[in-house]
Design a protein. Sequence first.
Length: 323
Amino acid sequence: MKAAVHSRYGPPDVVRIAEVDKPSVGEHDVLVRVHATTVNRTDCAYRAARPFFMRALTGLARPRRTVLGTEYAGVVEAVGDGVTSFSVGDRVFGYNEGAFGTHAEYLSVPEDGAVATLPEGVTFEEAAPGTEGAHYAMSFVRTARVRAGQDVLVYGATGAIGSAAVQLLKHHGATVTAVCATAQLELVKGLGADRVVDYTAEDFTRDEQRYDAVLDAVGKSTFGRCRRLLKPGGAYLSSELGPGGQNIFLPLVTPLFRGRRVKFAFPQQDQRVVREIRDLIATGEFRPVVDRRYPLEQIVDAYRYVETGRKIGNVVITVVPHT
């Protein structure tokens, strides 16, 4: 089968298209013919092994998993003898961080993994980008314990995580202030934000409003800068570790002062989460934002674009061309 392969760490150019063996199917596995996948920040981090400590997970000298890719949507082509939840011909989507392998024509996943059937009327290219940003956003919302009627600020509201967070927060009944650039103001309003702040025109950290939670979906701010935005007892969460890894350590320290605090979200990657995402897509309460689409043969260009930091929502890779 055809796949995007990397045998060493480095920039986008280390990725190449090659013929590799089709994955085997165990007794409780599902073989998916991948129609669409994505390139996201997670893929970029694993490909480059940045930060360096990631090599403890991926291989010290060279990557153990040569085919990357976390998100996918496609059709079940075969199932193991013990599989009861899926059948050949089912349209499915899911998330496969750790095992990876979605940047390929075929993918084998456990029946009980983070995989679910597609909602009716949703295309593969619409579903494939539905899991990575959304499962991080879900972990933000749950860790912050957002309730209906609370005020939440989302910094970086146009990325995969931020655009999902705006929609999921509205689903939970929060009042959302979203921070983005001028060109995306209307897009973010369309996602449901109650108020939009243009960070190119004003410093959002000087906002006079106070919030129950501040979610930094791009990891470009700090608790120190955003602390004044929080109500007493409010929480700051970031998608990144922060300078010196502070977002891992501050959650241990800030609760001692019984005031504004830092929390760090550890996302769940299981079937229940993907099914919840499926239901939100089916009801129209969540729609992944898609910026660009590339064929698999141009995946290096997709990596380059994602790493510019200008990505709006998601970048989709088409593995099976439209017919």
